[in-house]
Ligand binder design. Structure first.
Ligand SMILES: Cc1ncc(COP(=O)(O)O)c(C=O)c1O
Length: 422
């Protein structure tokens, strides 16, 4: 299926769903209800849906706690001592990393702070951090307070890359050029993988290469990428990355955060970090002795006891990812988003602009639509019709057809409402 073969009409959408091998996965999720029917849900870039398998998975751990109490760390169906390790194998294919390079702990911004503290070592000569202008506020605050923590002035230490005058997206050449120009002053590049607002996916490999070429570290916030676009973090030589599990990974509100630390750093127990007993080598952890001995892998960054009840949702969801396959999901996602884009292009009377890149390799599931005058009204009309999308001032509706639970028919319904009312 390509843009040339897309067709207008509900029949076409329904037939495409019938031919879609991933269509049955929709039934594995709970949907919010609207007038007795499942909503159409395009907000998986904010909070993913609940897997139906979660209630039973929760119950298993509730029973273990009930029946074994402290014995649950070593007994029961999923001994808690190693709970975060159960999540690593599925994430290896999603993130392109080995199990040794992935850990689960805390939450996204907390992990961003911890990892930046590991890798940001400002000196008199080398202290600058490059980030995107308009990054998610939490990232802005994290980087601002990090440099202040080291007694530096954010205006001097932080270089923000902006789109050119009159443009909304960052040009890759400008990112690479800014890195090269910062040169020996650059300590770290810390960018989002996908910008939350525009939906632009950056070339992580090229950015990492450029950062390394000037001797800087490359770290990424992959909140909008994890479970959306398959990555190759190890091969791209990314130094570290953090993400949340509550968006495309469907692990539930505030679920455990994910961390990648490249093997070259993770295997070295001397790599700097702030430590706690859960990152200590298991041979000596329970000896309760003085002196931290980091595990020689990303789990050496874990600080506290595994947050079991914050991980069950991720475990349930990753089982679904394993079944569907991240590559197959990405292929469907590219088609669904291209179909949405194509349908929107069939609405010449609507005064709007698609901010997200038109090249499918530089976007994930999300399209950000800037409606020049009727954004709020369109958003409200969608909600009134049981279609959940989000709205950001000044007139941007973000639509994210997540391939696990969105269909071609869902996308067609979105188009139909626009066509009928605007
Ligand atoms: C790109 C990005 N970074 C950071 C955050 C903040 O994550 P948390 O509140 O889990 O720390 C979000 C939340 O949506 C986000 O989208």
């Amino acid at each position: 299926m390509t843009n040339n073969t897309f067709q207008i009409g509900l029949d076409y959408a329904i037939a495409t769903d019938k031919a879609d091998a991933l269509a049955p996965f929709k039934s594995k999720f709970h949907f919010p209800q609207h007038q007795g029917r499942d909503c159409i849900y395009f907000c998986g870039n904010s909070l993913g849906l609940q897997p139906k398998s979660l209630a039973e998975a929760m119950d298993v751990e509730m029973k273990t706690w009930q029946n074994l109490a402290v014995g649950g760390y070593f007994g029961g169906t999923n001994p808690w001592l190693r709970y975060h390790e159960y999540l690593q194998p599925s994430l290896t294919s999603i993130m392109g990393a080995s199990t040794k390079e992935i850990t689960l702990m805390n939450s996204l911004t907390v992990n961003l702070h911890l990892l930046m503290l590991s890798f940001y070592k400002p000196s008199i000569d080398r202290y600058q951090i490059i980030m995107e202008a308009g990054a998610f506020p939490s990232d802005q605050y994290a980087i601002e307070t990090l440099v202040k923590h080291f007694g530096l002035d954010p205006d001097q230490a932080i270089i923000e890359i902006s789109p050119r005058e009159g443009e909304k997206l960052l040009r890759e050449e400008d990112i690479l050029e800014t890195i090269a120009q910062a040169g020996g002053k650059l300590a770290m590049v810390m960018m989002g993988g996908i910008n939350y607002y525009t939906g632009q996916f950056y070339n992580l490999e090229a950015i990492t290469k450029a950062a390394h070429a000037v001797g800087a570290i490359a770290g990424f916030d992959l909140a909008h990428v994890a479970g959306n676009i398959p990555l190759q973090l190890h091969d791209w030589q990314v130094d570290f990355a953090v993400w949340c599990s509550y968006k495309y990974l469907n692990a539930g509100p505030g679920a455990v955060g994910g961390v990648f630390v490249h093997e070259k750093w993770a295997s070295n127990s001397d790599t700097a970090r702030l430590a706690g007993w859960w990152g200590n080598d298991e041979q000596t952890r329970f000896k309760m002795e003085k002196g931290f001995h980091a595990k020689p892998n990303a789990s050496g960054w874990n600080i506290s006891t595994t947050q079991v009840f914050n991980m069950i949702g991720l475990k349930a969801s990753l089982a679904i990812f394993d079944e569907a396959g991240i590559q197959a999901l990405r292929e469907k996602s590219m088609q669904l988003t291209a179909y949405l884009e194509w349908l929107l292009q069939q609405l010449p009377n609507l005064n709007f602009e698609i901010i997200t890149p038109s090249d499918p390799h530089f976007r994930g599931a999300q399209l950000s639509l800037y409606f020049k005058d009727q954004g709020r009204a369109i958003h409200d009309k969608m909600i009134e019709n049981g279609i959940i999308v989000d709205y950001r001032e000044p007139g941007v509706i973000r639509v994210a057809p997540a391939p696990l639970y969105c269909s071609f028919e869902d996308v067609y319904q979105f188009y139909s409402i626009l066509k009928a009312h605007f």
